[in-house]
Design a protein around this ligand. Sequence first.
Ligand code: ZN
Length: 461
Amino acid sequence: MKAVFVAVAMVALVAGATVQIPRHVSLVVTGGIVITQDERHTVLSPGAVAIDGPEIVAVDRPDAIAANYRADETISAPNQIVLPGLVNTHTHAPMVLYRGLADDLALMEWLQKYIFPAEARTVSPEFVRVGTRLAALEMIESGTTTYADMYYFEEEIAQATRAAGLRGVLGETVIQFPSPDAKTPGEAVARAERFIASFKNDDLITPAVAPHAMYTNDRATLLACSELARRARVPILIHLAETEDEVRQSREQHQMTPAAYLDSIGFWSPRTLAAHGVWVTPDDMAILKRHAVGVSHNPESNMKLASGAAPVVQYLAAGIPLGLGTDGAASNNDLDMFEAMRQASFLAKHTTHDPTAVPARTALDMATIGGAKALAMDRSIGSVEPGKRADLIAVSTASARQTPMYDPVSQLVYVTRGDDVRTTIVNGKVLMKERQLRTLDREAVIADANRLAQKIRTLRF
Ligand SMILES: [Zn+2]
């Protein structure tokens, strides 16, 4: 008996000694209120996050992290809220260069009279490169760590995104008419296939195919896109039922709603993200649910173009994965996801006459774990949890506008602006620390954008 007792005591001693040797990690963020967005909505106040390489290894109280980890770099975040990086599920990054070019118009007129002609005359690899760098700068500075994109020359967007250190689900656009990077839809699909092959298995980039919409592609093109996605095992991004007019046209041409038409041709698959979904019927929602399609809600763009208000409360009740998006900056006119959260909450309350619709926590869920689910990436991003990729941000709560603070989640949704973000980390790499950028030369990015804007300024519509 005595020998057994001694042996047990020795094991305990050895175990105790092991615990006391701190593990060496690359980064610790400590001292802020940590809003984890895990399943139980755990908040640590204060908390700390230990990160090694691209991965979160521990989330705990600051004293526990200090005792167990030694980091190459420590970011101290008192008076800050630490949360998962925001997930922008729908944008067209280079369109930041068209910010404010054509305002106060309805979608079809805006697209056909201004945006498509401007794109035909100005979109080039250089335009896309310069625009993506500007968008990446804005996203890093306002706390977005992952974004879904639909545009042209997507390989340029992927390279600029990777160089900036952001995570992207990037879809090469396929559209029926001649576009800036393909003369025919067949050429566009072939382009998408080459793009997917060259960025498959990248740490930061998930390549995708992006048929623009059901009303801008014929059946054969839509099916070529979904077949490519299935074959290459990549996501599909598409605009869906954005305006009442789109649904009316679809009913005239196909005697079906856009969602039902896409279902009838066998287009839907689980890795599809449908942007907008404003004008959907309960039957459409059942179709989206059956195929596990994610939806991106874009309240600011929908309001600005007077497209309508998506039935967000019904989407949530149906358990359809719902993320938030800014849409391109030409219809918003910025990429600030904090504003998107606030407007998503206000728009839902306004349209339902119910102030309890989309409360702060739901808006924050949509911008983080909800977006991750809509993109089928919730196993790796969307919350601050051990084992997930280290995509997180820290927001200052020290300003007059942020004082006092009773509820940090309320503060994030109803008070915070992108400018309050102090630190942005993606895949364990610090892209911005206390507003100091590490991957982009701020002045050069803005100067390049202004140089290209000179050419855009000369366009006549
Ligand atoms: Zn869009």
